[in-house]
Design a protein around this ligand. Sequence first.
Ligand SMILES: Nc1nc2c(c(=O)[nH]1)N(C=O)[C@@H](CNc1ccc(C(=O)N[C@@H](CCC(=O)O)C(=O)O)cc1)CN2
Ligand SMILES: Nc1ncnc2c1ncn2[C@@H]1O[C@H](COP(=O)(O)OP(=O)(O)OP(=O)(O)O)[C@@H](O)[C@H]1O
Length: 195
Amino acid sequence: MSQGGKALRRSIRELRRATPASERIAAAERLAERLMALPFAPRDGHVAGYWAVDGEIGLHAWQLRLPSTLTYCLPVLHGDVLRFAPWRPGDALVSNRYGIPEPDVAIDNLLAADDMALVVAPLVAFDARCRRLGMGAGWYDRSFAFRRGRAAPPWLVGAAFASQQVDAIAAEPWDVPMDAVCTELDTLAAPQESR
Ligand SMILES: Nc1nc2c(c(=O)[nH]1)N(C=O)[C@@H](CNc1ccc(C(=O)N[C@@H](CCC(=O)O)C(=O)O)cc1)CN2
Ligand SMILES: Nc1ncnc2c1ncn2[C@@H]1O[C@H](COP(=O)(O)OP(=O)(O)OP(=O)(O)O)[C@@H](O)[C@H]1O
């Protein structure tokens, strides 16, 4: 990652953390509406969200609106990839190496990335082509590398505040483009040729 990329990550993460609470709450509600309205929103199966940290836009409003035919899951770090586990409010959590809470489940009960029908991915920055810049450890890129040569599902949707949009994110060879990015203001669809 270039120095530019590191500086961009730092400045956007600062901006993201500075979003006032009242704005965050309203934005999470608007985001939930947009996620529910996605043309490819699945009716049943597993969907993955994330436990918002570091000023990320929250997914609790979306989780609350999901029909009972969908099972909400959270990511779990496993080796060098993400696996997923169902989580409902009140279920046990443990902190991972980054201090992010994840479901406290036995390895045998973890689900694979391709068991998900739709995955809402956190991001630091995105562009109009639905390219995603994450925290910089490559977890989503490694875990969903199989989507580079294969159609959805799982559908990959980035979630962010509209303020996290940048002009262009330089494509790295391993980047996995999102099918869409939802913010409190917009739903952006990826250009057809990059899906
Ligand atoms: N809410 C949430 N969950 C997530 C992610 C995410 O971006 N957001 N991830 C998306 O990939 C994975 C975790 N990836 C992460 C990568 C780097 C750092 C991080 O904070 N790094 C520190 C320095 C390293 C450290 O503390 O050990 C930093 O950048 O300041 C956190 C999570 C899985 N779960
Ligand atoms: N498919 C892959 N196979 C092997 N290594 C990979 C793969 N994808 C990403 N990586 C590694 O992960 C590192 C970080 O990638 P990048 O900076 O694009 O992460 P990110 O998308 O910002 O982070 P994250 O997905 O964790 O939010 C890369 O330098 C690369 O070494």
